[in-house]
Design a protein around this ligand. Structure first.
Ligand code: BT5
Length: 263
C-alpha cells in the first residue's frame, strides 16, 4: 500500500512542533538525509520518511532491514541545547514515545529494552538510532531515527534475526496503517520532548523504567569484546544503564547490546 503523506501532513498541522514532512520513495537512509538537511539549516520538526531504505542504518555500522510497502522509517530532526554526552537521553526519550505509540496499538507485551529497542513479547519491533550533528564543539542538531516494523510478515525477515524480530501485524493479527503509526509517534514524541525540555531527563527516566521489564532483571551487556553482567538497578543521569555486579558494586554501562537472562 502507498503511503498517504498528504493525509499525514494535514494531521500534523498546528501542533507544538512545526512538523515539516519530507517523504521519499527510496533512499539510502532517512538519517543520512535528515543530517544533510540539518547541515543546510533545516529547522526543528523536519521529519524525513521513506517507503524503503537501501542502506538503513543500525548502531555500530549494522544494517536495518527496510523493505518497501510495509514499515515505517522516520528521522526526526530536533535542535535541543544539550551536552553531547547526554545524547543517549534522547534515545531513551524516543523509546518512551515509541513504546507509548505501540502499546496503544498492541495492548499486551510491549516494552523497552536498553538502550534502543522496543520489544513485543521479547521480539524487536522497533529500533532507534540517534545521530548528532556537531558544530564548533556543540550539538547543532540531533537526528532521531526510528524504524518500526508495521506490517512486515515474519517470513520476510532476514533468517539471522527472524526469531528475534517481529512486526505489529504479526503480534496483533491485523494490518496497521503506517500513517496512523507515524501520526501517533509524532504526537507522543512532541509530548515527551516538551517534558524533556521543561522538566529535564528525570521524568523521562522514570517513565522509561516503568515501561521496561529490565529493572531487577539480570542482564549481560556485550560491547565489542567486553561483557558485563549484573542486575539492573536503574538508569543514570546521562542515560547509562546501572547494574549491580556480583560483588554488589554499581557499574555504569554506556553502550552495548543487552541480553535479559532467564530467571
Ligand atoms: C537499531 O540498531 O535498532 C537502530 C535502527 C534504526 C533504524 C531507523 S529506520 C529510520 C532511520 N534511518 C536509518 O538509516 N536508521 C533509522 P541496532 O540496535 O544496532 O540493531 C540492528 C540489528 O537489529 C541488526 O544487526 C539486526 O540484527 C537487527 N535488525 C535489522 N533489521 C531489523 C528489523 N527491520 N527489525 C528487527 N530487527 C532488525
Amino acid at each position: 500500500m502507498g503511503f498517504d503523506v498528504k493525509a499525514l501532513q494535514s494531521r500534523l498541522v498546528g501542533r507544538r512542533i512545526d512538523w515539516r514532512l519530507h517523504f521519499l520513495d527510496t533512499v539510502d537512509s532517512t538519517n543520512r538525509v535528515a543530517l544533510d538537511l540539518a547541515r543546510k539549516g533545516a529547522p526543528e520538526g523536519t521529519i524525513v520518511l521513506a517507503d524503503c531504505q537501501t542502506a538503513g542504518r543500525g548502531r555500530l555500522h549494522r544494517a536495518w532491514q527496510s523493505p518497501p510497502g510495509c514499515n515505517l522509517y522516520a528521522s526526526l530532526l530536533i535542535r535541543p541545547e544539550i551536552d553531547p554526552a547526554d545524547a543517549p537521553q534522547l534515545t531513551l526519550m524516543a523509546g518512551v514515545a515509541a513504546e507509548e505509540t505501540l502499546s496503544a496499538l498492541c495492548p499486551e507485551g510491549v516494552g523497552l529494552k536498553w538502550p534502543n529497542d522496543v520489544l513485543i513479547r521479547g521480539r524487536k519491533v522497533c529500533g532507534i538510532l540517534t545521530e548528532l550533528r556537531m558544530a564548533g564543539g556543540a550539538v547543532a542538531a540531533v537526528v532521531v531515527g526510528i524504524g518500526v516494523n508495521v506490517n512486515m510478515p515474519r517470513a520476510d525477515f532476514d533468517p539471522a534475526y527472524r526469531e528475534t524480530a517481529t512486526s505489529l501485524r504479526e503480534e496483533t493479527g491485523q494490518e496497521q496503517s503506517r500513517e496512523e503509526v507515524a501520526f501517533r509517534l509524532c504526537e507522543s514524541f512532541e509530548k515527551w520532548y516538551e517534558t524533556f525540555r521543561c522538566e529535564g531527563f528525570s521524568p523521562v527516566r522514570e517513565d522509561w523504567l516503568a515501561r521496561s521489564e529490565m529493572p531487577g532483571r539480570r542482564v549481560r551487556v556485550l560491547f565489542r569484546d567486553e561483557a558485563q553482567e549484573g542486575r539492573v538497578i536503574g538508569i543514570d543521569h546521562d542515560g547509562a544503564l546501572l547494574i549491580a555486579d556480583d560483588l554488589g558494586a554499581t557499574r555504569r554501562v554506556t553502550a552495548g547490546d543487552a541480553d535479559i537472562m532467564k530467571g
